[in-house]
Design a protein around this ligand. Structure first.
Ligand SMILES: [Zn+2]
Length: 207
């Protein structure tokens, strides 16, 4: 599948995939999202290590090469979300607790602590539950798009209020999904197609 437009200034460079069997995840490769924030290009997640050709192809379809990316934000440091990180020489960011977790396992991915905000329109939402240091990326363009990583692995997690199968805290994960639902018009899940939730939001109470 070629790179696809998600919303104005937001593109799906590579779609996420997940294969479930007997209530277990047997294959997972993350979505890779590009946000064009004025003149800066920010990438969210870099897929599985076997995805690098697809990622490069997706960028090429958007007329881009890895050297043109200004920053990479990793929603968390599971291997199916940061597999092709070496393609990029720009600053790479993750939550400090994820950086520490990876280091404790012997992986130094060269990530810096993610700032709370990149611009007026582009900011970070803490979405713990899948791991403690999970972050989602919020872009307030014409629509509010949230690249949710594994805070929302597939659309059904949010639509049916099911916490991610892999998690450190189910309650925390459910709260994080609600937090995303409160701000997003469009969600890009970690392992599923982007979907719109504007019409599904709770209507404001009439006084
Ligand atoms: Zn994960």
């Amino acid at each position: 599948m070629p790179a696809a437009k998600v919303s104005k200034s937001v593109y799906l460079v590579k779609p996420g995939e997940a294969v479930y069997r007997d209530n277990r995840v047997v294959f997972a490769s993350s979505s890779v999202v590009l946000v064009e924030d004025d003149d800066k290009l920010l990438l969210v997640d870099t897929g599985l290590w076997t995805d690098c050709d697809k990622l490069l192809q997706g960028l090429e379809e958007l007329g881009l090469s890895p050297s043109e990316i200004d920053a990479v934000v990793l929603t968390h440091l599971h291997g199916d979300h940061c597999g092709c990180l070496d393609l990029f020489n720009c600053p790479k960011y993750a939550h400090p607790s994820e950086i520490a977790r990876a280091l404790s396992l012997g992986y130094d991915l060269g990530c810096r602590p993610v700032p709370r905000r990149f611009s007026d329109k582009l900011w970070i939402l803490d979405t713990p539950g899948h791991v403690y240091g999970h972050v989602s990326v919020v872009f307030e363009g014409e629509e509010v798009v949230v690249a949710a990583g594994d805070a929302i692995p597939i659309a059904d997690n949010l639509l049916k209020r099911i916490p991610p199968l892999i998690r450190v805290d189910a309650e925390m994960a459910l709260k994080s999904m609600e937090r995303i639902a409160e701000v997003a018009d469009v969600v890009v899940p970690g392992h599923d197609k982007p979907f719109r939730i504007r019409g599904l939001k709770r209507k404001p109470k009439i006084r």
